[in-house]
Design a protein around this ligand. Structure first.
Ligand SMILES: NC(=O)c1ccc[n+]([C@@H]2O[C@H](COP(=O)([O-])OP(=O)(O)OC[C@H]3O[C@@H](n4cnc5c(N)ncnc54)[C@H](OP(=O)(O)O)[C@@H]3O)[C@@H](O)[C@H]2O)c1
Length: 367
C-alpha cells in the first residue's frame, strides 16, 4: 500500500472477513502475592491505523513470561496500570505504509498482549523462513527462551564435555531447552527438578534428563543428594530459594552457578532467602554469575547455526504448551505461574490452530 493509503490519507482496506476491532490487555491493579484474572482487563478499540513509515501487524502468537509477573509490581520499568502491556509476539503485516515491511511478512516484536499493533521497521525483527522449523520455535527454543538456555550453558557456565549438570525448573521453557542443549553439548549426568511426577517422567523419557525429582517431595538437599550422589559441576538455576542452597552443597570444586531466575519468589517476595555455607564458595572455588538475556542478543545468530540443523534432523525438539485463543492469554499466563505448562508456554491465534491457518502449526508437547 502506498503512503497515500495510510493515516492522513485513505484508510487501508484489510480484506474480507478482517476483524474491525482490536483487543488489548491492560493491568488494572497491583497484586499482593499471586495475581488473578481480576488484575487484568481486555479493552476493545477500533483497529489502530498505521501512519507513513509504519505498518499494522495482526498478532498470531504471544509469549507470556515469568518476568511479566515481576513487571506487575510497582517497580521501575514495570507495567503501567490501565495501559497496554508489553510482551514478545509474532505478527503478520496486514497493511504497510513503509516499503521496508511487506504485507504478509512475519515479524517478531514486543507489542504483545494485544491482537494488533502498529510497528515500525526499527522495532521489529523480520523472522527468517526456516524450512522444517515451526514458527512458534521463534518464541521457544530459537527465541529469548532458547537463547537464555544457550547463553547460560555456553557463555556463563562455559560447560565442558562430560560435566555434570543440575537444572532447576527443568520442565519449563528455559529448563527443557537447557536440558536438550546440554545433551547436544556433551554434558555428563543431567539432573533436573520439576513440580510433578508427570513432568519428571517426561523429562527423563523425552528430553534427555538422567534423573529428575519433584521438589515437593522433601528437602531439596536430600532430593538432589539422591539424584546426583557424586555431585555436580554446573547448576542452571531458574528457581532460587531452597534449591539454590542445596546446589551450593552439591557442587564440586570449580563449580559454577548460573543464576537465570528466581521464580520461587516472584509471588512471595517476603520468602526467606536461601541459607547456605558461604565458606563453600571459597573452599570449592565456586563461581556464581547472573545474567540477562537482553545483554546477549549478539549470540542469536550462533543459536540459529547451532540449533536449526538439529531441529531439522530431529535431534532437537521445541517443547511447547500451546494455548489457543487470544482470549485465554491471561489464563495462560496465570497457568504458567502455577506450573501448568511443560516447555515454553505460547498463546496462538485461533486462525493458526492446526489445520486452520497457512502458518505451519507447532510441534506441540505438553498439554
Ligand atoms: N535471565 C534472563 O534473562 C531470563 C530470561 C528468561 C527467563 N528467565 C527466568 O527463567 C526462569 C524460567 O523461565 P521460563 O520462561 O522458562 O518459565 P517456565 O519455566 O516455562 O515457567 C515457569 C515455571 O516455574 C515453575 N514454578 C512456579 N512456581 C515455582 C516455585 N515456587 N518453585 C519452583 N518452580 C516454580 C513452574 O513449573 P513447576 O511445575 O516445575 O513448578 C512453571 O512451569 C524464570 O525464573 C524466569 O524469570 C530469565
Amino acid at each position: 500500500m502506498s503512503a497515500t493509503g495510510c493515516r492522513g490519507g485513505a484508510f487501508p482496506s484489510y480484506g474480507p472477513g478482517m476483524n474491525e476491532t482490536a483487543l488489548t490487555v491492560h493491568q488494572t491493579a497491583r497484586p499482593h502475592g499471586f495475581p488473578t484474572p481480576g488484575h487484568f482487563a481486555f479493552v476493545e478499540s477500533a483497529l489502530p491505523e498505521p501512519a507513513a513509515g509504519s505498518a499494522l501487524a495482526d498478532n498470531l502468537y504471544w509469549s507470556v513470561d515469568p518476568y511479566h509477573r515481576e513487571m506487575m509490581d510497582d517497580v521501575p520499568g514495570g507495567f503501567a496500570l490501565g495501559a497496554p502491556l508489553e510482551g514478545r509476539t509474532i505478527g503478520r503485516v496486514i497493511a504497510s505504509c513503509t516499503p521496508r515491511l511487506a504485507e504478509g511478512e512475519l515479524v517478531f516484536h514486543r507489542q504483545g498482549w494485544r491482537t494488533h499493533a502498529v510497528v515500525t521497521p526499527e522495532e521489529v525483527r523480520r523472522l527468517p523462513r526456516l524450512e522444517g522449523v515451526p514458527v512458534t520455535a521463534h518464541l521457544s527454543i530459537l527465541g529469548g527462551t532458547g537463547l537464555t538456555a544457550y547463553v547460560a550453558l555456553t557463555r556463563i557456565a562455559r560447560l565442558k564435555e562430560g560435566e555434570d549438570l543440575f537444572v532447576s525448573g527443568a520442565a519449563g521453557g528455559v529448563g527443557t531447552a537447557a536440558g536438550r542443549f546440554a545433551r547436544l553439548l556433551g554434558a555428563g549426568r543431567l539432573v533436573g527438578s520439576a513440580g510433578s511426577a508427570a513432568k519428571a517422567r517426561h523429562l527423563e523419557r523425552e528430553v534427555g534428563y538422567d534423573a529428575v525429582f519433584d521438589y515437593h517431595d522433601g528437602p531439596a538437599a536430600d532430593l538432589l543428594g539422591k539424584a546426583a550422589p557424586d555431585g555436580i559441576d554446573v547448576f542452571v538455576d531458574n528457581v532460587g530459594g531452597e534449591q539454590l542452597a542445596a546446589a551450593v552443597g552439591a557442587l564440586r570444586e570449580f563449580g559454577r552457578i548460573v543464576r537465570v531466575g528466581t521464580i520461587s519468589q516472584y509471588n512471595t517476595p517476603g520468602a526467606p532467602q536461601p541459607r547456605f555455607d558461604h565458606a563453600d564458595i571459597v573452599e570449592k572455588s565456586i563461581r556464581m554469575e547472573g545474567f540477562l538475556v537482553r545483554n546477549h542478543r549478539d549470540v542469536q545468530e550462533e543459536l540459529y547455526d547451532f540449533a536449526v540443523p538439529h531441529l531439522r534432523s530431529g535431534r532437537l525438539a521445541a517443547d511447547e504448551t500451546v494455548v489457543d485463543g487470544f482470549e485465554h492469554i491471561v489464563d495462560a499466563f496465570l497457568g504458567m505461574l502455577r506450573g501448568e505448562n511443560t516447555g515454553k508456554i505460547i498463546v496462538r491465534d485461533r486462525t493458526q490452530a492446526a489445520g486452520t491457518g497457512s502458518t505451519p502449526p507447532a510441534a506441540v508437547s505438553g498439554s
